[in-house]
Design a protein around this ligand. Structure first.
Ligand SMILES: [Zn+2]
Length: 175
């Protein structure tokens, strides 16, 4: 049996292997890495230092914004997951980034193209959700689940098409 410290070191390694994959563009991986390191400036964290700061989630404007809320509990982002998970055949509930990664790393079944599609979709979803959140705050944009879903699929397809024959991708993921 591994001790707690060794266990967490192993987990950190797993996360690294999962995030910094050669087929995943680093610009997308970066947000997941920041979230795991607790380095994303979500409003709950900023609010610890300055009580004047509005801590509400900019997308739903009802709950406090934390990493878990923003990426998994917010009604706006849950709509994105619902569609992306169905599309990529992810049946497990995804409630935190570490638990999602653990599941992905243990999940050995399924063809390679699907496994890569799921990793890409997860990383791209986290990255695009963060960008969309920033656009709401800094550019006054509206959080549009449909637009995000389209972009996530586009990125995933583009990367898969660079690695696999088009027919293979279409056979397993649809067009
Ligand atoms: Zn929210």
């Amino acid at each position: 049996m591994l001790g707690d410290r060794q266990q967490s070191e192993v987990e950190t390694l797993w996360e690294k292997w999962f995030i910094w994959k050669d087929f995943i563009p680093p610009k997308y991986s970066f947000t997941t890495w920041q979230a795991l390191r607790n380095r994303l400036p979500t409003r709950d964290r900023l609010g610890c230092r300055d009580t004047e700061i509005d801590q509400r989630c900019p997308s739903c404007t009802t709950e406090t914004e934390s990493v878990d809320h923003l990426f998994f509990k917010c009604t706006k982002t849950r709509e994105v997951w619902r569609v992306i998970k169905t599309w990529a055949g992810m049946r497990r509930p995804i409630t935190t980034i570490p638990s999602a990664i653990k599941w992905f790393l243990k999940e050995r079944s399924g063809v390679t193209v699907i496994r890569k599609a799921r990793s890409l979709a997860l990383i791209a979803t986290i990255s695009l959700m963060w960008r969309a959140r920033n656009a709401v705050i800094f550019d006054g944009a509206t959080f549009e689940p449909k637009h995000l879903i389209f972009q996530i699929k586009k990125i995933t397809y583009a990367t898969l098409y660079s690695m696999f024959p088009h027919e293979t991708v279409q056979e397993h993921l649809g067009v």
